[in-house]
Design a protein around this ligand. Structure first.
Ligand SMILES: [Zn+2]
Length: 446
């Protein structure tokens, strides 16, 4: 079926222009100038969005869905509804916090089964590399994972143990054969810093318990390993700005090491987090205002490649809201649905235009996981669109959140920019509080 999407402001990879997007089934079949609008045959559905932006669907390559096994934390249905409402049309699920952890082809098959007939947007999957599962790497690649994830420190769950340097070296030859990315939780530590005698309700106690040094040391080790073997390392959720020049120097030596940061590191500052507010706890921690400023600079100068949510929820009880003990509460920030509006709000006044925003939120993360049909408005690509009213704002309240649990550090914030409608491969999946579908598909690497 042919459909036409018309707007005065479409965000293409090179510029914002008016035009008519012609779609045939799942894909964009043609891109025509605005004045072609009058020439379509009667019977072809033409939707004119006027001055509203048409953006490419957001691609969030760092999401913890927790199903199967910990579906009471978050599940495929709730997470992908949140995604659709937030303008995300593709997400990639992390291999831990679900049970079983995705560390074998059999576990991946369980994941894919668990999402069947539940997902409102397209979902890809990472496999995990943990001590002892080297023989599962090839079968997981063949089964279609988009990348692998490992931890250099305790992951928070016992079923996903960390890799030591010796384990990483064992896995290098397996990963060097592939062009597939190896994502690293880059904090290098064997045990937590000693905080006895310090106030566990103070955010600064928690921040200092996971110092920048952990991240800096981990990035140093990854750079060393990347210079020894031709692997594609990727630093997830970079928080320490100290590592930015190290990453830039590695890149200038043509080492394959990329990095992402998250909306919360670009939005919040440690000095401003009230005591006891454990919804701000994640690892590595949110750091000082001065650090946040450098992360923005690292993003703008290309040392940081793109921005993701690292949506990592749990049941409200595990956040210990009443006790407010940062050292004991579960670490992980929930905010999947809000990424686009948060980034748009925070990027104002920083000289960032819509094309660059969509580079960091759509095109670059899609390229990172090899999904070149996603994340851009171009002929032949999937017709994943967001109809975006940048002039309207909304307040984050529990009733607008689709996540399983409305616990988020963004609560009560006024965010600029509203997703009016989301299309997945040419079909509407969300409009004005209503959902259509589920029409999402698992995205397995061929
Ligand atoms: Zn994560």
């Amino acid at each position: 079926m042919t459909r036409v999407f018309v707007s005065k402001r479409i965000v293409f990879p090179d510029a914002v222009r008016s035009g008519c997007l012609v779609t045939e089934g799942n894909v964009i079949s043609d891109i025509l100038p605005l004045d072609a609008r009058a020439s379509f045959a009667p019977g072809i559905l033409v939707e004119d969005f006027g001055n509203d932006f048409i953006l490419p669907g957001v691609v969030d390559t760092h999401v913890h869905i927790n199903e199967p096994g910990r579906t009471e934390w978050e599940g495929f249905g709730t997470a992908t509804r949140a995604a659709a409402r937030g303008g995300i049309t593709t997400l990639v699920d992390m291999p831990l916090n679900c049970i079983p952890a995705t560390v074998s082809a059999a576990a991946l098959a369980e994941k894919v089964r668990a999402c069947e007939n539940k997902i409102y947007v397209d979902c890809g999957f990472y496999g995990g590399i943990v001590p002892g599962n080297l023989s599962s790497i090839e079968p997981m690649v063949d089964a279609g994972v988009l990348g692998f994830k490992s931890f250099m420190t305790y992951s928070g769950v016992d079923e996903f143990p960390r890799l030591e340097e010796a384990d990483m070296r064992l896995a290098l030859p397996f990963m060097a054969k592939r062009s597939i990315p190896w994502l690293m939780h880059a904090e290098l530590s064997e045990s937590d810093a000693d905080v006895t005698g310090l106030d566990p309700r103070s955010f600064l106690t928690f921040m200092n318990s996971r110092p920048r040094k952990w991240e800096n040391d981990a990035v140093d080790l990854l750079v060393r390993l990347a210079s020894e073997a031709d692997v594609r390392f990727h630093v997830v959720h970079l928080s320490s700005s100290d590592a930015i020049p190290v990453l830039a120097a590695a890149r200038s030596r043509n080492l394959r090491i990329s990095a992402e940061t998250c909306h919360h590191y670009l939005t919040f500052a440690a000095e401003e987090i009230p005591d006891g507010r454990t919804e701000f706890k994640c690892a590595p921690p949110i750091r000082e205002k001065e650090n946040q400023q450098k992360l923005w600079e690292g993003l703008k100068n290309g040392s940081i490649d793109f921005v993701v949510s690292d949506h990592s929820p749990c049941t409200p009880g595990l956040k210990l809201a009443e006790e407010g003990n940062f050292m004991r509460a579960w670490g992980g920030i929930a905010g999947l649905q809000l990424g686009l509006s948060i980034f748009f709000t925070e990027s104002k006044g920083r000289g960032i235009d819509m094309v660059r925003m969509c580079d960091w939120l759509c095109r670059k993360p899609a390229d990172f996981v090899g999904l070149r049909q996603k994340g851009r408005i171009a002929k032949g690509c999937d017709a994943d669109f967001v109809i975006w009213d940048e002039a309207r704002s909304f307040k984050v309240r529990p009733e607008v959140l689709e996540h399983r649990h409305p616990v988020t550090p963004y609560m009560d914030r006024e965010l600029q920019g509203v997703v009016k409608k989301t299309y997945l491969r040419g079909r509407p999946v969300y409009e004005n509080g209503n959902f259509f579908g589920p029409y999402g598909s698992p995205l397995l690497r061929k």
